[in-house]
Design a protein around this ligand. Structure first.
Ligand code: HEM
Length: 163
């Protein structure tokens, strides 16, 4: 924690952070874009995971649904990393040292790895899933875990403000 305090002090003293601190509306605009990207990400993740569970669009092949919605998920995540990075650079003291932020980053890392593993498994195996085109139990459990992690990330993210 001491290290994170020092890191936070160092970040606010850098020219990049100072420059961003001077820009009017920087925090507000970054937060708005962060929130819009969250809604895009959560929509895409929900559609993909409900399809893997066989609850929606079950007559469409898994691959088709994934090809349609997974890119939006990664693009939204990229936007979140950029806007989140900007918020961290402007006011690292608000979040960096909080347990909520650390939980958020741990969940984020886990969900990214899980998504990549699942994406790979699905690409390799989905052709053999048969006529109903339902995902195996392991993939369904992965889908539920991913949804739980996205929700945990959102809750922890909002909670940072009350740390
Ligand atoms: C590398 C990626 C990310 C970074 C560095 C990041 C960083 C941040 C920071 C610094 C804040 C401001 C906290 C505060 O001062 O109160 C924030 C807010 C938030 N983040 Fe992220 N974030 C990232 C990704 C995500 C993702 C993937 C989600 C959800 C799917 C998310 C959800 C939220 C939420 C809900 C808030 C609260 C917004 C508000 O109160 O206006 N973040 N994030």
């Amino acid at each position: 924690v001491n290290f994170l305090l020092k890191l936070s002090d160092w970040i606010v003293s850098t020219p990049v952070s100072r420059f961003l601190q001077e820009l009017h509306g920087m925090v507000q605009v970054s937060q708005i874009i962060h929130l819009v990207a969250i809604s895009v990400l959560l929509s895409a993740a929900t559609i993909v995971n409900l399809r893997l569970l066989g609850l929606i669009r079950s007559r469409r092949p898994v691959d088709a649904v994934l090809n349609r919605f997974v890119p939006a998920l990664w693009i939204a995540l990229g936007v979140l990393a950029v806007t989140g990075g900007l918020l961290l650079t402007v006011e690292p003291g608000r979040s960096l040292t909080t347990g909520q932020f650390q939980i958020k980053m741990a969940c984020l890392l886990t969900v990214i790895v899980l998504t990549l593993v699942m994406q790979r498994q699905i690409r390799v195996h989905s052709a053999q899933w048969g006529p109903g085109d339902t995902a195996p139990a392991a993939v369904k459990i992965g889908a539920v875990v991913c949804m739980a992690l996205w929700l945990a990330i959102i809750i922890a993210g909002r909670w940072i403000a009350y740390a």
